[in-house]
Write a protein that binds this ligand. Sequence first.
Ligand SMILES: [Zn+2]
Ligand SMILES: [Zn+2]
Ligand SMILES: [Zn+2]
Length: 118
Amino acid sequence: MADKVFCKWCGSSYNSVSSMSGYSCSKNPDGKNHEIYDGPERNKYYCKWCGSSYNSLSSMSGYSCNKNPHGKNHEPYEGSEKSSYTCKYCGSSYNSLSSMSGYSCNKNPHGKNHEPAR
Ligand SMILES: [Zn+2]
Ligand SMILES: [Zn+2]
Ligand SMILES: [Zn+2]
């Protein structure tokens, strides 16, 4: 980790958070600039909304997500990989992000689906 930071929306890499924040991001749904991916480096990255997996953040950014309530693109899950994932709004747990994405949440104020806690 340490020596590179990645944008969670487009997968661009920069040497520091401060250099990243000075550039605009074409994929960020609600802002203009890149936003740091604040999770571990992985072999696979999972979308927190639909559970799709990609082998890099930049490949993830090339596809649209039909579950993300905030924007059109996938958003990487930044927490650790777990044997079960818990919704941060209602506390329901599922054994994968993709199975969680198949159910609606009656407590999420921002959208219809569960959102995994980290
Ligand atoms: Zn970006
Ligand atoms: Zn997705
Ligand atoms: Zn929920």
